[in-house]
Design a protein. Sequence first.
Length: 129
Amino acid sequence: MSLSILALGSPFGTQAAYSAYRFTKAALESGQQIHRVFFYQDAVHTGSDLATPPRDEFNLYQAWQELKIRFDLDLVVCIAAAARRGLINETEAKRHDKSNSNLSEHFELSGLGQLVEACVLSDKLITFG
């Protein structure tokens, strides 16, 4: 069975992104197939390359990136929700004439079509929000 994950809540203001991470990690470690993790609404902040949690706290940003590397996980951030919140990659920075980008290289910016595709290609969509 193939799953896709939808994270909606902020990585620093709710448990949504952390719960999505824990579920995704456990599923992957047990051999479950995760088709895609889609970050929408305030969860897009999870893709920030500039977030720096205190050293004595769990680094959720780094944890998602390590999970991506370990399992070749598809981490997609909604482009519209991200841009609205000031989170952009190099391509979007150039397009909008901004001097910097701040999306981690381990995340991909894309539209809601990627979420729809994940729903179609997965047996279940699990939402954390």
